[in-house]
Design a binder for this molecule. Structure first.
Ligand code: OOG
Ligand code: NI
Length: 459
């Protein structure tokens, strides 16, 4: 079969994220309300802030906004995680970043499956935050073995999904009909199942150890637990949520509101208590699904990230017990130290930017200047912030906790095991900072080359 009959992995991801969103709207009605609210606020924001609208349009970011979302799942075994890696690869999604949630008292470690190159990101940046349960952190050996035995019996993939993944790998892609079928089969893995795989006593014993353990172990599959649309104004969406029937958590995770948004801000709300049928016939309920929104800003360099981590740490004391506006104000005070204009973020190498020639730059003859800031001042080059495409472990921990109740266990702390995670996954995870750094360096090199410089720029 020739390559030309294959559907691109970008197209498959786009179809899959659309199908997933439709399924989640049917399963969790509040998600539909949330999408409408986010769309309304995004529209108003773009009408009000025409500079932002023009900028997003100029960089092909407007189109992706309406399809942009991330989801999250949690799996129980290395084999499940490794198969998911292959499933996501069919859609051009690859593991980026390692997140150690044990620090925050949650017995999982995670990665994000996402597209990595610019074209793929701008087509549809769909990402899935994927956590692997760390059974070894269950202290009670009987319970630990029981959980492992239960997990060993389930298969979270349909036969059709397994076949199509193998087919895609062997022939190098899927044709239209196969892609359609793949999307339908793959979707089954993420569906909510009302029937638990265990009796109520087992569920309760696992639940008592940690709510998350019960969520991962007791069901037929890793139900998608939230889908998160991207908003351009998270404070406004948060304000309007109660009127739309949603009650968000009291604080927005991540950095405060700023002129130049950095990294990622998020807030979530409990969505649903699901009726659950346990083995043996008893009926109960399980809270698994929630809602979340996010606002994305510029990706930070290692230096910028260190400053962010330091300030977030320093803010902990100052924001304790505060909610809403008071929390934001206290946070903003601490973050006053973090430069909040683009030129300073660039000059101090705190954030990543993509450089381009302006029209004047395109028209210019060979130029002697090689300093990009000078070229920007001369109007030959522009820089735009590179969007942060990843997650934040501290924020993720806050999100986990908001929908799990306060259950956490400090004994889990400091036990990150990246190698173990990668060996379960069956591949290394890509370093997210490296991706941003490469993108920035490549854009600098392109600009300088176009201006007549032959020297290679550090890449
Ligand atoms: C994942 C929580 C992390 C985020 O946006 O930081 C996450 C989970 O609860 O499974 O989705
Ligand atoms: Ni999330």
């Amino acid at each position: 079969m020739s390559n030309t009959s294959f559907v691109s992995s970008d197209e498959i991801r786009d179809r899959f994220s659309t199908a997933m969103s439709a399924m989640y709207q049917a399963e969790v009605p509040q998600y539909e309300t949330l999408l409408a609210l986010v769309e309304e606020v995004n529209r108003e924001t773009l009408e009000r802030d025409t500079a932002l609208a023009e900028r997003l349009a100029a960089h092909n970011e407007l189109d992706r906004l309406n399809v942009e979302r991330h989801g999250a799942i949690r799996v129980g075994t290395a084999a499940e995680l490794a198969m998911l890696r292959r499933l996501f690869a069919v859609m051009g999604m690859h593991p980026v970043g390692y997140y150690d949630l044990s620090e925050a008292g949650v017995p999982v470690h995670s990665t994000a499956f996402r597209p990595v190159d610019d074209a793929a990101l701008s087509r549809n940046p769909f990402r899935v935050f994927t956590s692997l349960l760390r059974l070894e952190l269950i202290e009670n050996p009987t319970l630990r073995e029981r959980a492992a035995a239960i997990l060993a019996e389930r298969d979270i993939f349909t036969t059709g999904a397994r076949e199509l993944i193998a087919l895609s790998e062997s022939q190098g892609g899927l044709n239209d009909e196969q892609a359609e079928q793949f999307v339908a089969e793959a979707l089954e893995t993420f569906r909510w199942h009302q029937d638990a795989t265990v009796d109520m006593d087992t569920y309760e014993a696992l639940h008592a150890e940690h709510r998350l353990i019960a969520d991962v172990v007791c069901f037929h599959g890793p139900h998608i637990n939230h889908l998160t649309p991207r908003t351009l104004d998270i404070d406004e969406v948060q304000r309007r949520m109660p009127a739309a029937g949603m009650s968000p958590k009291e604080v927005i995770e991540g950095p405060p509101r700023r002129q130049c948004p950095i990294l990622l801000r998020q807030t979530s709300f409990k969505a649903l208590e699901e009726a659950t049928r346990f083995k043996g016939g008893r009926q109960g309920s399980h809270t698994a699904r929630f809602g979340e929104i996010e606002q994305r800003g510029v990706a930070l360099t290692g230096k910028g990230r260190a400053l962010y981590d330091h300030l977030l740490d320093a803010s902990r004391e100052k924001t304790r017990g505060l909610a809403s506006e008071a929390h934001q104000q206290a946070l903003a005070k601490v973050f006053a130290e973090f430069p909040d204009d683009e030129a300073a973020l660039r000059r101090e190498a705190l954030a990543f930017f993509e450089y381009r020639l302006t029209d004047a730059g395109h028209a210019a003859d060979a130029v002697d200047e090689t300093d990009l800031e000078a070229l920007i001042e001369q109007g030959l080059v522009t820089a735009r912030p590179i969007t942060y495409e990843d997650f934040l472990p501290v924020s993720a921990a806050g999100i986990f906790q908001s929908n799990l109740g306060e259950s956490q266990n400090d004994a889990y702390a400091g036990q990150g095991k990246r190698e173990a995670f990668e060996s379960a996954l069956g591949s290394a995870v890509t370093d997210e900072l490296e991706l941003y750094a490469k993108r920035e360096a490549a854009s600098k090199a392109r600009v300088l080359r176009a201006l007549g410089h032959t020297i290679a720029v550090n890449r």
